[in-house]
Design a protein around this ligand. Structure first.
Ligand SMILES: [Zn+2]
Ligand SMILES: [Zn+2]
Length: 510
């Protein structure tokens, strides 16, 4: 019996069925270098690589092209780049703006370099292509000529899809103004389908920036400007030619138009898939360091790339919210993913996960909450006792990184809400019974069932009793399985925590 097909395998099949005689396929993924790359950017490439893995299973080859849109004009200054002087460069191609960090030939060269560094760490084979190299080097010249020859058809296709006010100045070619360098403020007045020459004026307006007023004439070839966005996408699909590309739901309409343009040019559009976007939980102000909540951009603060890879593997057509619980859920799942699980070899395409004996991310956070210690070196003995000296020792750099991320999580989400409740004398007596229980029993399962027995003997719901214990131990309403948790902390530490809480309450009441 064969297991149901996973989505990358389904996608691979669609590609192979469209071009059955082809042996190597081109899979494209795009990168917008107007901001820093992040785990989500890498995740996109990983997602494309999943499809490449599916093709490999079919005996096919795949080449991944990571295409950087560095001829795009800068639309706004990213919040995490402190360089107000960039304002004067808005509307210019990001490959022709100085590097805000001063270390690379241009703004986008810096972002491209960051991306390449991140991608090289993944071990995924890919070909990096910068749009500026394609235009400046004349590689796109043939396709640009073809676009000009079919220009009227393209205009007839595009203009009706636009709102009235956007139609006026729209043209499929955006000259870079020879005076100010902007591509977003030029307006084409005349064009020649045969010679690819255009007459333009820099009189448009872009996000509050007015063109410089220059008028000029230029040949579109050789990097003098760029194709408008949907045409540009089509040009790439036609040029390489691309067999497969996935994109966010917001680009469905663009992709439809780009597909039509490829056909006008005489090519075949790629097999495509759209995915749902990741949503940020709204209205969740957490702390200053978190700012706007959890996004793929800041996910690295709490989670690993492997967790993002798993997030990327889960049904791409399902909408996912990103919140603190998502981090815990995906971190725990990826750390305990069974190697026999069909998802495992995709998510861990880069090699096996270290065997940590079932250690979960939430264990680390619970440990920190209970003992109030966040220093990885001080936490190490606790982990060694529960998960084995050798396991933790051999994988210490890996575990240490997990602990550092868990510490960020603890400080951002747990610490601000942590509050140990004041107990009544009766409640303290119940806690003392728990201490007596862990003196008698050492097996996690026996401790767990012992808690139920005590609750039953006192006629209180077990849920209430657990809540009481979590309140004292973690300053929270809920927590992990208590038997395993006692094992993780050690009996003496549990007693210490309880006594400290008791003392604190007594001091308050004095
Ligand atoms: Zn740089
Ligand atoms: Zn200008």
């Amino acid at each position: 019996m064969s297991s149901p097909m996973l989505w990358p395998q389904q996608e691979a099949r669609r590609i192979a069925e469209r071009w059955p005689d082809q042996q190597t396929y081109i899979l494209e993924t795009g990168f917008g270098p107007s901001g820093h790359p992040h785990m989500g950017t890498v995740g996109e490439v990983v997602r494309t690589y999943y499809v490449a893995m599916g093709l490999k299973e079919l005996g096919k080859q795949a080449e991944i092209i990571v295409f950087s849109d560095d001829m795009d004009g800068l639309r706004k200054i990213p919040k995490n780049i402190d360089a107000p002087w960039l304002a004067e460069h808005l509307g210019k191609p990001v490959s022709r703006i100085p590097d805000p960090y001063g270390c690379c030939p241009s703004y986008s060269a810096h972002m491209n370099r960051e991306l390449v560094r991140m991608l090289d760490q993944t071990g995924i084979p890919y070909r990096f292509v910068a749009s500026s190299d394609m235009y400046n080097g004349g590689h796109f010249d043939e396709v640009i000529k073809r676009i000009f020859r079919h220009g009227q058809q393209i205009l007839d296709l595009m203009l009706p899809t636009m709102r009235e006010e956007n139609r006026v100045n729209w043209f499929f070619w955006q000259p870079a103004c020879e005076n100010c360098g902007r591509v977003n403020t030029t307006v084409v007045h005349e064009w020649d389908p045969e010679t690819t020459r255009v007459r333009y004026s820099c009189t448009g307006e872009f996000r509050g920036i007015r063109g410089c007023g220059h008028t000029g004439e230029q040949d579109a070839l050789g990097g003098k400007g760029k194709l408008g966005w949907k045409i540009d996408w089509a040009a790439r699909w036609y040029y390489f030619p691309v067999n497969y590309e996935m994109y966010g739901k917001d680009l469905i309409d663009s992709a439809k138009i780009s597909s039509e343009i490829v056909k006008i040019l005489g090519g075949t559009p790629p097999v495509q898939m759209f995915y749902e976007m990741f949503l940020t939980e709204e209205g969740r102000k957490i702390s200053k360091s978190v700012g706007e909540g959890i996004t793929l951009e800041n996910f690295h603060r709490w989670g690993t790339q492997d967790a993002v890879n798993l997030l990327m593997f889960k049904n791409p057509r399902q909408q996912k919210n990103l919140g603190p619980e998502t981090v815990i859920r995906y971190m725990d799942e990826v750390l305990t993913l069974d190697p026999a699980d069909p998802q495992y070899r995709f998510v861990y395409y880069h090699g096996e996960r270290p065997d940590l004996g079932g250690l979960r991310y939430s264990d680390l956070i619970n440990l920190m909450s209970a003992i109030g210690i966040t220093d990885p070196d001080l936490l190490r003995p606790y982990l060694e006792r529960t998960f084995g000296n050798a396991r933790i020792g051999e994988n210490w750099p890996y575990v240490r990184e997990l602990l550092e991320k868990a510490r960020n999580y603890y400080e951002d989400f747990i610490l601000p809400t942590r509050q140990v409740p004041d107990l009544t004398p009766e409640q303290w007596a119940l806690v003392d019974e728990f201490l007596a229980l862990i003196d008698r029993e050492t097996e996690p399962d026996r401790i767990q069932s012992g808690v139920f027995e005590i609750a039953k003997a006192h006629g209180i719901p077990a849920r209430e009793y657990f809540k009481l214990l979590y309140g004292v131990l973690l300053g929270a309403d809920s927590g992990p399985r208590i038997g395993g948790f006692v094992h993780l902390l050690g009996r003496e530490k549990v007693k210490e925590i309880v006594e400290a809480a008791r003392q604190k309450q007594q001091e308050k009441q004095r």
